[in-house]
Design a protein around this ligand. Structure first.
Ligand code: SF4
Length: 355
């Protein structure tokens, strides 16, 4: 089984033909969608539009044909093609806290007449004053009172809570597969542009998952790093007895911590900040979820690959680093199989984690 958005009871991508183009705001990474929804716009994560497309592989080639370098990350190329395919006219672009490729992509959009709205995370997550100013600027830009965005946070918190329950059903009760967990958590970046539909589907999925038999598996693993672009990783892991009970960055998109304000929420969200902030979360979840080994997914041509050295220094669980270039079947099955076999015969110990 290889799930995609829109499959049975999973989050659904909007029918683009029915959406008012002037209300759509594309996003290149997780941004405060509370402000976007409160202002009456429809946030759509360009990554989801790209990877959810039946022709995502071709979208990468199309971007290359139109001049994007082959040695640029495929997420960037996919976002570029998704923007062109759906004629998106306005985009919020993260200019600090994501990557320089994204900054260059914003310049391409600008050169092609697309309106771009910059948003920056602070360099230091403790700089809440900077973050507050950025949130206010975004609210001003979209002409919505900031208090309305805080109200929207309460509403979206109740919806995200359902995804946290789906996550719990993955690692506490084994009733949700790693792939379903990946799809639900990754799609919280934009709630698929329609939080009401997302909420309804999450309720239905929870009911279904609670009533079914637990997943059978031999061992529990985690996938850390950015969401994998290759399409067969999770189904393949299931077939060889590995249950993915932790999807690190995707879980971060779901805003997993209890917070009272937007500033608190977006300063606890680990993705835009230094790797050591991420390590704390990873270490805690390894212990809590009883994980035997990690796959560190790195995207070809992404600077985040460099973090692998730090991750290996701090976490002394077996780690397999995998990289993949573009959508489609990955070419790493032999390595994954060897890793999982090794874990099966590796004496499970309390993970040694250094601080
Ligand atoms: S995978 Fe890396 S290079 Fe590509 S968009 Fe994400 S952060 Fe940037």
């Amino acid at each position: 089984m290889n799930l995609k958005f829109n499959d049975h009871l999973l989050p659904v991508l909007p029918a683009m033909d029915n959406l008012p183009l002037d209300r759509i705001i594309g996003i290149t990474s997780t941004v405060p969608i509370e402000i976007v929804f409160a202002a009456g716009f429809i946030p759509l994560d360009l990554n989801n539009l790209f990877i959810g497309d039946a022709l995502s592989y071709k979208m990468v080639e199309d971007a290359e044909s139109s001049g994007l370098p082959r040695n640029t990350c495929a997420w960037i190329k996919g976002m570029y093609s998704a923007t062109r395919k759906y004629h998106i006219q306005r985009i919020i672009s993260v200019i600090q806290g994501d990557c320089s490729n994204n900054e260059a992509l914003m310049e391409i959009f600008q050169s092609e007449g697309i309106k771009t709205i910059p948003f920056a995370y602070p360099h230091d997550k403790a700089d809440t004053g900077f973050l507050h100013d950025q949130l206010m600027m975004l609210a001003d830009n979209l002409r919505v009172p900031y208090s309305k965005a805080e109200e929207m946070k309460k509403h979206l918190d109740a919806i995200r809570e359902k995804v946290h329950k789906i996550d719990e059903l993955t690692w506490k009760e084994d009733r949700v597969t790693g792939e379903e967990n990946h799809i639900w958590t990754v799609s919280t970046s934009d709630l698929m542009g329609d939080y009401t539909t997302f909420n309804e589907r999450a309720i239905r999925f929870l009911k279904l998952a609670r009533g079914r038999e637990p997943v059978r598996y031999d061992l529990r693993i985690g996938v850390i790093g950015i969401p994998p672009i290759c399409e067969d990783l999770y189904p393949f892991l299931s077939t060889i007895g590995a249950h993915v009970v932790f999807n690190e960055i995707q879980r971060q998109f779901s805003m997993p911590y209890h917070t009272k304000t937007l500033v608190e929420q977006y300063s606890q969200y680990t993705y835009p900040y230094d790797i050591l902030s991420r390590m704390e979360d990873i270490q805690q979840e390894i212990k809590q979820r009883n994980i035997r080994g990690l796959i560190h997914y790195v995207q070809s041509f992404c600077h985040r690959h460099i973090h692998d050295k730090i991750i290996r220094k701090h976490i002394r669980l077996p780690i397999l680093t995998l990289d993949c270039d573009r959508p489609g079947p990955g070419r790493m099955k032999t390595r994954i199989e060897a890793f999982i076999e090794m874990l099966k015969y590796h004496e499970p110990k309390t993970p040694v984690i250094s601080g």
